[in-house]
Design a protein around this ligand. Sequence first.
Ligand code: NCD
Length: 306
Amino acid sequence: MRSLIDIRDLSTAEIDELVRTACDIIDNPGKYSEKCHGKKLATLFFEPSTRTRLSFEAAMYELGGNVLSVSSGSSSSAAKGESIADTAKTVSCYADIIAMRHPKEGAPYVAAANASIPVINAGDGGHNHPTQTLADLLTIYREKGGFDNLTIGLCGDLKFGRTVHSLIAAMSRYAGIKFVLISPLELKVPSYVKKDVIKKNGIPYTQTTDLVSVMPELDILYMTRVQRERFFNEEDYLRLKDSYILDTRKLETAKPDLCIMHPLPRVNEISVAVDNDPRACYFKQVLNGKYMRMALILKLLEEAKK
Ligand code: NCD
């Protein structure tokens, strides 16, 4: 059964196909409004979420399907000690496809190994978040017209930020990519991402703690929240949480066609004044996420028929 656990589960051709489908959905929504008639999506969210869960659910409704939802671990049998494997087998009896978010890295992988329906990783701990990356990719495509020859600045919590790990994995397959990794020393990109993804693909990269000095070279600036829930102690979080705050002054040296992204939720990383800058793309990402999740649900349900 085809699932999506890691963004690298999709080939470059499949990502292109998802982008094409999402663009077609944007242009012709009526064509898709009954495609999932009679199908059910189960959203199993064992960690907080606004955008990801609601966009999956909105996506399924816009495809004419229905939704079953667990919106917190404490309201499901997980609180009684049920294993991920048993939960996956159970939900396979009720639904046609699962979207799962879990605080433990690898939980959606275990679910996929035990489910008889496709499982989509909607964020596993500090590991991966492939469907946020699909939202990011559609945004980059619509803003930049393609994926090649981009200098991408990733700023903030690059250690625990799962959206960053998945975006690096996705962008590492394109030509002429350069990463600028901007973080406090304590929150650098994990060495496994650097070794297995960036270095393995021969992608040029620089690491810095200083956002302002690299601003002029960036085509994309991907801001992230410091991931409070993954810290071992609150003091470290409080010390690091406001390491980077993007404001209009810092943008003075940026390219006129910079694309400013953020997976959201924002805490303090981008001042609200930046929202009025035409280069701010983070609310476009939210909408693009729904279209890409529609395209993904369609693809996985189609493949499940085979
Ligand atoms: C992200 C996540 O859950 O990893 N949120 C999202 O899905 N858009 C980013 C975050 O929580 O900081």
